[in-house]
Design a protein around this ligand. Structure first.
Ligand SMILES: [Fe+2]
Length: 245
């Protein structure tokens, strides 16, 4: 089937848009009869109600330190889920591993993180995030496994927090979602999307609390720059959920 019109690539506009409800990712293709063919999801960012981060914030306090990264600045838990009968259920706990070509820092290392607190599965706000990820990406829910990484990165005035020590990267999945629960006492932590490493980013923005960005991991590389505490003696905190499928 021949493509007559492609309407896409409005990414440059992202610099000009305030970060709110934006949908910059729809790719429309028309056949010879002018019929719209199936869209391909690229990227979407949106804002959830404030109560979502408020409800989930406390689950980050007891997170254990990430033993696979030097510097004692990252805290982490990991669980996987699948969708059954419109309810997203936790799967048996597994370790986490990425290929070496995807993660040059920790690729090939089997990482055994603690599971997310079981009680979080019953929170409507957490289910809302999982459903948002599933709905936007339209992943095949019969087969898809959704991994949830719960991550805290701390910083001080003297010590940077490094949310993405592996640099500009892909996660090695079909889709990636990043949802910000807390940004407290920090500057930096800019979320960036790239077509390829080395190019200037298509998107360069702060993911504020309650903001969710979901992207096609095969289409875009991503990176989050370092954070630093904004005041002497204060602990800088950035808490996020990262969803992959
Ligand atoms: Fe990532």
């Amino acid at each position: 089937m021949k493509l007559d019109i492609l309407i896409c690539n409005t990414m440059e506009m992202v610099y000009l848009l305030p970060f709110g409800v934006i949908n910059i990712g729809s790719l429309y293709a028309f056949d010879n009869d002018g019929v719209v063919m199936k869209n391909k999801f690229l990227v979407e960012a949106f804002q959830t109600p404030n109560r979502v981060s408020k409800k989930l914030r406390n689950y980050f306090e007891p997170l254990p330190i990430d033993p696979y990264i030097d510097g004692n600045f990252r805290f982490r838990a990991y669980s996987t889920y699948s969708l059954k009968d419109n309810w997203i259920k936790r799967l048996p706990h597994t370790s986490f591993e990425q290929p070496k070509d995807v993660n040059k820092l920790l690729g090939g290392v089997v990482r055994d993180y603690q599971a997310l607190d079981l009680a979080i599965d019953q929170e409507a706000e957490f289910q809302h995030l999982l459903h948002s990820f599933v709905d936007r990406t339209r992943i095949n829910t019969d087969k898809a496994i959704i991994a949830v990484h719960q991550i805290r990165v701390i910083s001080s005035k003297d010590h940077l927090g490094t949310p993405a020590p592996e640099g500009v990267h892909r996660d090695g999945n079909e889709f990636v979602g990043i949802y910000c629960v807390t940004r407290k006492n920090i500057i930096g932590g800019f979320t960036q999307l790239f077509s390829s490493p080395g190019e200037r980013p298509h998107m360069y923005t702060v993911l504020e609390e309650n903001q969710f960005i979901i992207l096609d991991d095969k289409r875009y590389y991503h990176y989050v720059s370092e954070t630093i505490a904004n005041e002497e003696g204060k602990k800088g905190v950035r808490d996020v959920f990262v969803f992959t499928a």
